[in-house]
Structure formats: structure tokens, C-alpha cells
Design a binder for this molecule. Structure first.
Ligand code: URA
Length: 256
């Protein structure tokens, strides 16, 4: 991507871009945020994935079957207040899986993750590293139903819902996972470590040992624009890790 185009993306996500006189672009640095403990999630996160069955012809129908289960799921009490379960969106052959927390009001209404203000920022963040939900990224949430008033998910809700995400991961088999926000990161990594300590390194997830990188939630970034620069560092780090995985290009190493 050329520098001018990248700067346009950075402006779109609200990252100030300083340009040195000789045209070298400078963008900043890393750190952190809060916590909860999530014991119940551990079991689901460690759940053994079923062996890949799947002649490719079956894949579409397995996606579809999973989607209909999720949309009409009643496994936890959230189903009684939501409009619909929100499954996931994106390319089913995507190498990148982006994981958020839970649907908000707009997502609940439209049945698609990240379609509100935070979603627009997420799309811009992804575009900045050459990703889009139409081509090479899949987007899903830890919870498929909206918690009332957008409160934090309860452990029993996460425990009920996480197996759906595990099945999405099994179908997608992403090369890289990007957890956006504390709730997604802590539940996927079964930790209550603050977000700031989870950023800047490559974690691994599940039986497939999928590399997982953590960054800020776009809704947090809308409230705290000063941290957009740190998010940009995370995105560049994720992109370099992905390149290393797929092209053998050296990444910047852990930044911790
Ligand atoms: N926040 C999330 O974590 N997920 C969504 O789908 C929307 C907002």
C-alpha cells in the first residue's frame, strides 16, 4: 500500500500522521487497560476441537447449519431480550478472524456484528492493513446475543456461547486471530490480565495453536482517541506477524 493511501486510512481512523520533511512517516507506541476473571470460559477455550471432517462441498452447509443454530439459540437467558442471535460476517475463506465482545443495539437489530459506530471504525482499522470483511477477514463476537444495556457478559453466558465461536474457528481455520478489547482477549486467553499486558505479543489459541494478537476495542478508541496510535502499532504488529506466517518475512518480534 502506498504512503498516501495509508495516510488516508490513518486519517480515517483518527490517527494523527506526522510527516518528516523528507517524507518519512512517523507513528507511535504501546500499553494498557482493566480486568475481570473468567473461570468458566477456560473449559470452553480449552475444549478439544473436533478433527477436521469436511470435504469442501460440505463446508457451506455446515456454516449454514451453525448460523441457524446461533440465530435461534436459547442456551442462556440473553435470548429473551434480544432481537436475534448475531452470527458473524465476512469471507468464509478468510485468513484473519477478528473477535469482538458482543452485539450492541444496532447489531442486534440488523443481525450483523460491528455495524454501528464502532463497526465503522473497525472497518477503517482493518482497511488500514489491507483487510475487509468482503475479502479476507471474518468478524465474530464472543457472545452472539446482546446483553441488556451493553453490560459485560456474565461467565455463564460466555460459557454457553463460546462453543459457537469454537465451531466458527474450526470451520474457518484462520491463520491469525485478532481479539479486539478486554472482554474478547480475556475470555479467549482465559486470563484476567489487563489488556495492556496482553498487547504486543503473539498468543496462541486452541488446539490449532492459532496465533492471536490483542488490541483495543474500537468502541474504547472512540471514547479514548489518544490510544488510536497504540492500536495502529498493534495493527502493524499483527500485519507483520501475518506476513511472517505466510511469506516468511521477519516480523518486528514481541514488543513487550
Ligand atoms: N461491539 C462488539 O464487540 N461487537 C459488535 O458486534 C459490536 C460492538
Amino acid at each position: 500500500m502506498d504512503a498516501q493511501r495509508r495516510n488516508q486510512y490513518l486519517e480515517a481512523i483518527g490517527v494523527d500522521v506526522w510527516v518528516r520533511r523528507r517524507g518519512v512517516q512517523v507513528v507511535p507506541d504501546v500499553t494498557g487497560a482493566p480486568s475481570t476473571s473468567v473461570q468458566v470460559a477456560r473449559a470452553a477455550a480449552e475444549m478439544v476441537l473436533p478433527a477436521p471432517e469436511a470435504p469442501a462441498a460440505d463446508l457451506a452447509s455446515r456454516w449454514e447449519a451453525l448460523r441457524s443454530e446461533v440465530i435461534s439459540c436459547t442456551k442462556c437467558s440473553l435470548h429473551s431480550a434480544r432481537t436475534q442471535g448475531v452470527f458473524g460476517v465476512g469471507h468464509q475463506g478468510a485468513d484473519w478472524l477478528v473477535i469482538g465482545e458482543a452485539p450492541g443495539a444496532e447489531e442486534d437489530r440488523r443481525g450483523e456484528p460491528f455495524v454501528g459506530r464502532a463497526g465503522h471504525l473497525l472497518d477503517a482499522m482493518l482497511r488500514a492493513i489491507g483487510l475487509s470483511r468482503a475479502t479476507n477477514a471474518y468478524i465474530a463476537n464472543v457472545l452472539k446475543s446482546r446483553p441488556p444495556g451493553n453490560r459485560d457478559p456474565k461467565p455463564e453466558e460466555v460459557a454457553a456461547c463460546l462453543p459457537y465461536l469454537m465451531r466458527q474457528i474450526q470451520l474457518l481455520q484462520p491463520r491469525l486471530m485478532l481479539a479486539v478489547g478486554r472482554i474478547a482477549a480475556q475470555n479467549l486467553l482465559a486470563t484476567d490480565m489487563p489488556l495492556g499486558r496482553l498487547r504486543g505479543k503473539v498468543h496462541h489459541f486452541g488446539e490449532l495453536n492459532t496465533p492471536l494478537i490483542v488490541t483495543y476495542h474500537p468502541a474504547y478508541l472512540l471514547r479514548t482517541p489518544a490510544d488510536k496510535r497504540k492500536a495502529w502499532e498493534d495493527l502493524k504488529f499483527a500485519r507483520s506477524v501475518f506476513r511472517q506466517l505466510t511469506e516468511g518475512v521477519r516480523n518486528d518480534g514481541d514488543r513487550s
